[in-house]
Design a protein around this ligand. Structure first.
Ligand code: GAF
Length: 417
């Protein structure tokens, strides 16, 4: 962190000729469980990680917004008047590349729905650096959006609360970047609390923090970044979202939040096989999030996990007493559901998960939107090297590029530094 802050100060000074007026930062996230449930208005349980994006900001005395970063050797410049005049369509067309995450946030802050008015605010110089790996499914994009949103909220005195800033970041991602994503990543980045997960109801946007209890249990979360790159602005992510919307419409509900595990037999009758399996993933995943929260809080013993093959939804997953040592089977069931029903895994992610569990992990699953990116494994500290070596060996045996494996710690959300 300190290094990145120093880099940002140095980078800012090199580009703009003076030190920044302030630094803001925001973390990436790991999603512990609850995948593709956010845009279905369900439940998610991510946590902010100890990898951050830092933005240095300097006030200007004109109306120019200028942005530079370590991502590309370019200085992007636009007047606030031109930015404010962009329609959604124009913003999607004219903002692009890494700066769309930055300028998209400034643009979104000017939208009526956020009470924004870019007419009276001063221009800014911005410089950005990050140690959140890009394309690993750890929300490097939400980290940029959240850091910039918090910074602009402060320097422009917009005074939005953090859940609303998460919506600003989501709007930037949806419109300026063009990825039809939900609210989870920006919420984790803005609302994270050290050693806790963020339990978010994506319908009410009510958030609670849940202690993970990892240190007490001698556990760590290992990230296995497969190096398989993905993008949510194209292809599979949008298709999955469309399938969920199709399923909800066929079942006569506004969103899949209104479908429970008990409704799955009816879903099986109404829907074609593919749509049914997409729906079954979301519905059972929502239940797994609730079960994980209960288990972490030590409130549950017998848990409902997966849909039965006949769609009766009666499978139960038995776990022991509560705490993080008891959530392994829920993580494993989540991965199976994404692999078999939602079909968003790739061979590298499946291998990472199987190998980690085979080598002693408590549980493992791919994390994030899928089609590449990273898996997480919940591992006893004593087993950490064994799991890492096993994963490295398995990737090499299968001819896959060596994965990047590292431990992440649940950390605080966005802040002024
Ligand atoms: C990506 C999206 F940005 C999130 O909104 C979420 O849908 C996730 O994929 C899947 O759970 O990270």
């Amino acid at each position: 962190m300190t290094d990145i802050r120093d880099d940002v100060t140095a980078g800012f000074t090199a580009v703009f000729g003076h030190e920044p007026d302030g630094l803001w930062s925001a973390p990436g996230r790991v999603n512990l469980i609850g995948e593709h449930t956010d845009y279905n208005l369900g439940f998610v349980l991510p946590f902010a990680i100890d990898r951050r994006t830092v933005v240095g900001v300097g006030l200007r005395d004109d109306r120019l917004l200028r942005a530079a970063s370590t991502f590309a050797d370019e200085l992007v410049e636009i007047s606030l008047d031109a930015l404010a005049a962009l329609s959604s369509e124009d913003a999607g067309r004219e903002l692009g590349g890494w700066s769309a995450y930055v300028l998209g946030v400034a643009w979104a802050l000017g939208l009526d729905e956020f009470g924004g008015d870019l007419a009276a605010v001063p221009g800014l110089d911005l410089f950005i650096d990050s140690d959140v790996p890009v394309g690993a499914g750890l929300s490097s994009s939400a980290a940029i959006e959240s850091a910039v949103a918090l910074a602009l909220n402060d320097v422009w005195r917009v005074e939005l609360d953090r859940p609303t800033l998460a919506r600003v970041g989501q709007r930037a991602e949806n419109i300026a970047v063009g990825a039809p994503t939900g609210i989870m990543d920006q919420s984790a980045s803005l609302l994270g609390v050290r050693d806790h997960a963020v339990f978010l109801d994506c319908r009410s946007l009510e958030a609670q923090v849940v202690p993970l209890g990892l240190d007490e249990a001698g556990l760590v979360v290992l990230v296995i970044d497969t190096g398989v790159k993905h993008s949510h602005a194209t292809g599979g992510y949008g298709e999955r979202r469309a399938a969920c919307e199709r399923g909800a419409a066929a079942m006569g509900v506004e969103s899949l939040r209104d479908v429970t595990v008990a409704d799955l037999p009816r879903a099986r009758e109404l829907l074609d096989d593919v749509t049914y399996r997409r729906v079954a993933h979301v519905v059972t995943e929502n239940q797994r999030v609730l079960d994980t929260v209960d288990t972490l809080r030590g409130e549950s013993g017998m848990l409902l996990g997966e849909a039965d093959e006949d769609g009766s939804g009666s499978s139960t997953v038995a776990v022991g007493p509560g705490g993080p040592l008891a959530i392994g089977e829920l993580l494993d069931a989540s991965h199976r559901s994404m692999r078999d029903d939602f079909e968003i895994s790739v061979p590298e992610l499946d291998l990472a998960v199987e190998t980690a569990v085979g080598a002693g992990a408590i549980g493992a699953r791919m994390t994030g939107g899928g089609f590449g990116g990273a898996a997480i494994a919940l591992v006893k500290l004593d087993d950490l090297s064994r799991v890492q070596v096993a994963v490295d060996n398995a990737f090499s045996e299968h001819g896959f590029a060596a994965p990047d494996t590292f431990v992440v710690r649940a950390s605080d959300g966005a802040a002024r530094n």
